[in-house]
Write a protein of this length. Structure first.
Length: 106
């Protein structure tokens, strides 16, 4: 995971302009993603690593004084967008034409 604490701010009405932690890159190895591990007939090795990485981003946001605000652009995969919306409880905002039309989540 790569996080930027310097150049992004909130876009949602309730936090427009507020500093936030921007997750520039988050990835889990395939053997740590339950559905892929099961399809390969192998056990998931490290458990739910994606949510643990996201929790670390929230903690970093809190430590930086950003009150837990986190944002990212999501790759356009239904499973990924569901993960951010349902598991991480993020709010989808808009597609960003400056970032390959990726969906912005906060």
């Amino acid at each position: 995971m790569k996080i930027d604490l310097a150049k992004y701010s909130g876009r949602l009405d309730i936090q427009t302009g507020e500093a936030l932690a921007y997750v520039d890159y988050l990835e889990a190895a395939p053997w740590n993603i339950k559905s892929i591990a099961e399809a390969l007939g192998r056990p998931q090795q490290l458990g739910p690593i994606g949510i643990r990485l996201f929790e670390a981003a929230v903690r970093l946001s809190l430590e930086a004084g950003y009150e837990g605000r986190v944002a990212l652009h999501s790759i356009p995969l239904p499973r990924t967008e569901r993960f951010y919306e349902q598991t991480c409880k993020m709010t989808p905002h808009e597609r960003d034409p400056k970032k390959e039309d990726l969906l912005w989540f906060e």
